[in-house]
Design a protein around this ligand. Structure first.
Ligand code: NAD
Length: 299
C-alpha cells in the first residue's frame, strides 16, 4: 500500500489537486489555516492535522499550494512549520507561484535538515486542477525528479523538468507575463474594434483566423458575449484573480530588475493590474481588464 502524502493549502487549487491524489490511492494528510477548507476536504476522506509541523512528523512526501511567498516562508520555516519536524530524506514540493529567490532559500533551509525541496508551480486553472490536466514546471535536483513526477502525474497532464531549484518559478513567471500582456492587448484591441462599429463576435472570429490570434483572443476572450464557459461570460467570477496576476507580474518585475532585463510591456502590465486592484478588481478574473478599460474611457 502507498505511504501517506502530506498536503498543505486546501484552497481553490489545492483541494482539487489533493482530491486527485486520493483518487490514485494515496492516503492524504492535510492542513490549512481556514477550518472551512479543512472540513470540506475531510469529508472527501483525508486526515486533517493541526499544523505543518505535524504533517511533517507523519509524511515523508509533502506538497504545498499556498497564495504567495510570505505564506510559504511561514509554512516551511515558521514556529509550527514543516522544518521544525521534517524527517531526513523527506521530499518537499512547493506548487505555489512565488519569488524564485524564496524557493532557493527554502531549498537551502530544507537541505540543512537533510530534506529535499523542489519548486513545481502550475499552469492551468481550477478546471485543469479538477481534471488532473495541470502543467507542472519543476525546479530542483535532477536525481529527485522521478520521485516528484510520480506524485505530480496524478494531478497533471505535463510534468516538465526546468533545471535547478527556482527554475520552475522562472518558467511560470515568464508564461504569466506574456499571458498578462496578451490579455491586455486583446482587451484593448477588442474595445477599439467595438468603438469602430465592429461586432465583437465577428472581430474575435477574424482575429482568430489571422496573425493577431492568441490564447486570450481564442480560448479566454475578455469580452462578454463572445464565448461561453469563460469568466467574461459570468461577470468575471472564478478563474484567475487579478490580485494573483498582479503578484506574478511583481515577481517578473523583481527578477527583471535584479538581472537588468528590459521588460517595458511587462512593467506596464504590472502597473495596469496593480491599478485595477486599487479600483476594486482584486477578486475578479484577470480578463476583467476589458471592463476596466471601458470604465476608463472618456465618454
Ligand atoms: P487560494 O488562496 O485559494 O488557496 C491558498 C490556501 O492556502 C488557502 O486555503 C489558505 O487558507 C491556505 N493558507 C495560507 N496560509 C497558510 C498557512 N500558513 N498554513 C496553511 N494554509 C495556509 O489560492 P489558489 O487559487 O489555490 O492558488 C494557490 C497558488 O497557485 C498561488 O500561488 C497561485 O498564484 C497559483 N495558481 C493559481 C491558479 C488559479 O487559477 N487559481 C492557477 C495557477 C497557479
Amino acid at each position: 500500500s502507498k505511504t501517506p502524502v502530506g498536503f498543505i493549502g486546501l484552497g481553490n487549487m489545492g483541494t482539487p489537486m489533493a482530491r486527485n491524489l486520493l483518487k490514485h490511492g494515496y492516503p492524504v494528510i492535510a492542513t490549512d489555516v481556514f477550518p472551512e477548507s479543512c472540513k470540506e476536504f475531510q469529508d472527501s476522506g483525508a486526515q486533517i492535522l493541526d499544523c505543518p509541523a505535524e504533517v511533517a512528523d507523519k509524511a515523508d512526501r509533502i506538497i504545498t499550494m499556498l497564495p504567495s511567498s510570505p505564506n510559504v516562508i511561514e509554512v516551511y520555516t515558521g514556529p509550527n512549520g514543516i522544518l521544525k519536524k521534517v524527517k531526513k530524506g523527506t521530499l518537499l514540493i512547493d506548487s505555489s507561484t512565488i519569488d524564485p529567490a524564496v524557493s532557493k532559500e527554502m531549498a537551502v533551509a530544507a537541505e540543512k535538515m537533510g530534506a529535499v525541496f523542489m519548486d513545481a508551480p502550475v499552469s492551468g486553472g481550477v478546471g485543469a486542477a479538477s481534471l488532473a490536466k495541470l502543467t507542472f514546471m519543476v525546479g530542483g535536483v535532477e536525481e529527485e525528479f522521478n520521485a516528484a513526477q510520480e506524485l505530480l502525474t496524478c494531478m497533471g497532464a505535463n510534468v516538465v523538468y526546468c533545471g535547478q531549484v527556482g527554475s520552475g518559478q522562472a518558467a511560470k513567471i515568464c508564461n504569466n507575463m506574456l499571458l498578462a500582456i496578451g490579455m491586455i492587448g486583446t482587451a484593448e484591441t477588442m474595445n477599439l474594434g467595438i468603438r469602430l462599429g465592429l461586432d465583437p463576435k465577428l472581430l474575435a472570429k477574424i482575429l482568430n483566423m489571422s496573425s493577431g490570434r492568441c490564447w486570450s483572443s481564442d480560448k479566454y476572450n475578455p469580452v462578454p458575449g463572445v464565448m461561453e464557459g469563460v469568466p467574461s461570460a459570468n461577470n468575471y467570477q472564478g478563474g484567475f484573480g487579478t490580485k494573483l496576476m498582479a503578484k506574478d507580474l511583481g515577481f517578473a518585475q523583481n527578477t527583471a530588475t535584479s538581472t537588468r532585463t528590459p521588460i517595458p510591456l511587462g512593467s506596464l502590465a504590472h502597473q495596469i493590474y496593480r491599478t485595477m486592484c486599487a479600483h476594486g478588481y482584486s477578486n475578479k478574473d484577470f480578463s476583467s481588464v476589458f471592463q476596466f478599460l471601458r470604465e476608463e474611457e472618456v465618454q
